[in-house]
Design a protein. Structure first.
Length: 600
C-alpha cells in the first residue's frame, strides 16, 4: 500500500489508529473483524481489514459505515489462526489516505460434527456421542450442552472416545442438546457451529411392587399408583428372567401395563414349571426407552397348592403342605409366623412335607406364611407366599375325679388348668362314646358332670378336654383321663368291657371277742371275683363309727375294738371293688352280737 506523507497536524487529527481489533470465528471459512474506533475518530470514513501473510494474504474486507465497525473476511481455511491488520482511512481525494494500522488475531471455526446421538444413562444423566466430520482438522475435543441451560454440559477427554456425559438432569425428561467440535487450547474456546440432538433421561423405576399370585406357569405382578414425580413413565413392564447355571440368562417372558390403567398389574405367562426365575420390573417412556430394572423377587414356579396348620400340643403346631405335582427343584420351604422370624424347613418327605413350629404360646391363634424354595440356586429362589392359620392346643384340665354316685351314675369333677388361655368350653366323654360328649361345660360354670344310665358295679373310663370353641373345627387339649366304678347291685356278670361285682356278703356273724371287742366273720358271696376288701362298722348306739377292715379276702374276718362290755351291737359289712380313690363299695349285709361281760 502506498503511503503519502501528511503534515503532522493533519496526521494527528485524522489518522488515529483503531483502539483495538478483535478477530472472532464466524464460520469454518470466515472470521468476523470487530473494530474498536479511536477515542477521537472525527474524519475517519472507513476501516480496511486484511489478512497478514500466510495462505490468506490479500483476503480483506472494508467497513464503510463507521457506526457499525465490523466486517467479515471470507475465503479462508478452516480451523486456522489468522492475523488481521485494520487501518483507519480519512476522507480525501483519490488515493485514499489511511494510517499505519492495528492488528488482531483469531481463528476460523472447525467443521461441524456430522451427527450427535443422545442416549439415557440414568434418571439424571445422558451420554452424548459425536460423529466426527469428514475433515476434522483442528478439532482437539467435542463439547455438548443442554440448549436451554448451557451450564449443564460435558466435553470429551480423548479423540479415541467421542462421547461424554451430561448430569444433573431430571428423570423421564426429553432434552434438546447442542454439540460442537472445538479447537484445543484456545481462549476463548473456538468451536464449530452447533449440531442439534435430542434425548431422554431414564424414568424413575417403579417401587413397592408385589407378586400377588403365582402358578406353575404364570405370575401376576402389581404396581403401586405412581407419585407425581414419577408420572412421566407411560407404562410399566415386568419380565421373568430364567436363571441357567453356567450360562447366560435365557428366555424373558414379559408383560406390560399402561401407567394410566385402572388396575396397575399384569400377568407374565408361559413360564416353565419347576423353574427358577428372577422377576424384574421397569418404567418405560416408549418401547425402546425404559428405565433401570428393579428386582421384585427370586421365585420358583412351584408354590404350595394349600397349607393347613394343625395343633400338636400347647406350644407346637404342624404346618401341612400340599405341594404342586410339578414341583421339580423344590427342596425346602421357608416358613414364618406373620411378622416373625423366617425359618428354613427341610421336610423328611417332599411328597408330603410337614414342618413344625415350636416355642409358641398356649391356646393362641397363629398365621403362618410359607414359600417353596430351591436352595441349590445361587440365592434361595422361593415361590410367592402361601398362608394359613391355626391354633396351639389349650392346656388340659387338672385334678380329674370319677366317683360312683349310685348303681347307675358317676360324678365327674375336675379343675381348670393354671394357664387357661383360649379355653371357651370343657367337654366330658365316656369311653366308647368319643363322637358325642356327655357334658359341655362353660368355664364360668361348676366344673362337674353327671354320667347316668350306667350299669351297676362297672368300671367306666372318662376323659375331659378343654376346647377353644371359636374355631372350626374345634381345637381341644390333650385328654385328661380317669376311671371310676358304679356301685354294685349284688350280682356277678362278666362282659368284655366291664365287670359287675357282688356288693354284699352272703352272711355276717358277730361273735364276742373280749369285753370291749367283737369278732366279725364274713361269709363271702358265692361269686366274689373282683372284691378286694370288706369294711365292717358298728351301726348306731355308743359304738357308732367303730370299724374294722378285711384286706385279706381269703381270711374274711376282723375285730372291732373300743366297745362297751356286755353290749349287743349291730354290725354293717360292705364288700368293696378295685377302683381309683375313693374306693367304691356296695350295699351292706348286717349281723349282730355281744361283747363279753367283765370278769369278776
Amino acid at each position: 500500500m502506498e503511503h503519502i506523507s501528511w503534515p503532522s497536524e493533519i496526521s494527528n487529527e485524522f489518522l488515529r489508529e483503531p483502539e483495538s481489533v478483535t478477530v472472532k470465528p464466524d464460520t469454518s471459512s470466515s472470521v468476523l473483524v470487530v473494530i474498536q474506533p479511536p477515542t477521537e475518530a472525527q474524519g475517519i470514513v472507513s476501516y480496511k481489514a486484511s489478512i497478514e501473510g500466510g495462505d490468506g494474504a490479500g483476503k480483506a474486507c472494508e467497513v464503510t459505515d463507521v457506526n457499525k465497525p465490523s466486517c467479515v473476511i471470507s475465503g479462508l481455511e478452516l480451523a486456522t489462526q489468522y492475523t488481521v491488520k485494520v487501518v483507519s482511512c480519512v476522507d480525501s481525494t483519490n488515493p485514499v489516505v489511511c494510517g499505519e494500522g492495528t492488528t488482531g488475531s483469531g481463528w476460523t471455526r472447525p467443521n461441524t460434527p456430522k451427527s450427535v446421538n443422545v442416549n439415557p444413562i440414568s434418571t439424571s444423566s445422558v451420554t452424548v456421542t459425536f460423529e466426527a466430520p469428514s475433515d476434522a482438522k483442528g478439532i482437539g475435543h467435542y463439547e455438548a450442552f443442554v440448549t436451554e441451560d448451557p451450564n449443564k454440559s460435558c466435553k470429551t477427554t480423548s479423540l479415541d472416545i467421542l462421547s461424554c456425559e451430561i448430569g444433573g438432569l431430571e428423570a423421564g425428561t426429553q432434552y434438546e442438546i447442542s454439540a460442537a467440535g472445538c479447537i484445543a487450547d484456545t481462549n476463548p474456546a473456538v468451536c464449530s457451529e452447533a449440531v442439534p440432538g435430542s434425548g431422554w433421561t431414564k424414568p424413575n423405576p417403579p417401587s413397592q411392587m408385589a407378586i400377588e399370585t403365582i402358578s406353575s406357569t404364570s405370575v401376576y405382578v402389581s404396581f403401586p399408583r405412581p407419585q407425581a414425580s414419577d408420572k412421566k413413565a407411560l407404562s410399566y413392564e415386568a419380565l421373568a428372567r430364567r436363571m441357567v447355571r453356567e450360562a447366560t440368562p435365557t428366555g424373558e417372558p414379559k408383560c406390560s401395563v399402561k401407567a394410566t390403567a385402572e388396575t396397575l398389574g399384569c400377568s407374565i405367562d408361559n413360564l416353565s414349571p419347576g423353574t427358577n426365575y428372577t422377576i424384574l420390573t421397569r418404567s418405560c417412556i416408549n418401547a425402546n426407552l425404559c428405565g433401570d430394572e428393579v428386582l421384585v423377587a427370586n421365585i420358583t414356579t412351584c408354590p404350595p397348592v394349600s397349607v393347613s396348620v394343625e395343633p400338636i400340643n400347647p406350644t407346637t403346631v404342624a404346618v401341612n403342605i400340599v405341594p404342586h405335582t410339578d414341583a421339580n427343584g423344590v427342596d425346602s420351604y421357608k416358613i414364618s409366623l406373620k411378622g416373625g422370624e423366617t425359618k428354613k424347613c427341610i421336610p423328611e418327605s417332599l411328597d408330603k412335607p410337614i414342618c413344625e413350629i415350636t416355642g409358641l404360646e398356649v391356646g393362641t391363634e397363629y398365621s403362618v406364611v410359607i414359600r417353596a424354595c430351591n436352595t441349590e440356586a445361587p440365592d434361595d429362589f422361593c415361590s410367592t407366599e402361601m398362608s394359613g392359620s391355626g391354633w396351639t392346643r389349650p392346656n388340659k384340665p387338672e385334678s380329674l375325679k370319677v366317683e360312683g354316685q349310685t348303681k347307675t351314675s358317676l360324678t365327674v369333677t375336675f379343675e381348670a388348668p393354671a394357664v387357661n388361655t383360649g379355653i371357651g368350653l370343657y367337654k366330658v366323654y365316656q369311653d366308647g362314646y368319643n363322637s358325642n360328649s356327655k357334658c359341655s361345660i362353660q368355664p364360668e360354670e361348676q366344673l362337674k358332670c353327671q354320667l347316668t344310665d350306667l350299669k351297676a358295679g362297672t368300671k367306666y373310663g372318662v376323659k375331659v378336654r378343654a376346647c377353644i370353641d371359636k374355631t372350626d373345627p374345634v381345637v381341644c387339649s390333650e385328654d385328661e383321663n380317669a376311671s371310676g366304678w358304679t356301685q354294685p347291685n349284688g350280682q356277678l356278670i362278666f362282659g368284655l368291657q366291664c365287670s359287675l361285682l357282688a356288693d354284699y356278703p352272703a352272711s355276717v356273724t358277730v361273735e364276742p371277742d373280749t369285753s370291749s371287742s367283737v369278732l366279725v366273720a364274713v361269709q363271702p358271696p358265692t361269686e366274689a371275683q373282683g372284691i378286694v376288701s370288706y369294711k365292717a362298722s358298728i351301726e348306731g348306739g355308743d359304738g357308732a363309727g367303730k370299724a374294722c377292715e378285711v384286706t385279706d379276702v381269703n381270711k374274711p374276718s376282723c375285730v372291732i375294738s373300743g366297745l362297751e362290755p356286755a353290749t349287743k351291737y349291730t354290725v354293717r359289712v360292705v364288700s368293696c371293688v378295685d377302683s381309683t380313690n375313693p374306693v367304691v363299695c356296695g350295699e351292706d349285709t348286717t349281723g349282730s352280737g355281744w361283747t363279753r361281760p367283765n370278769s369278776k
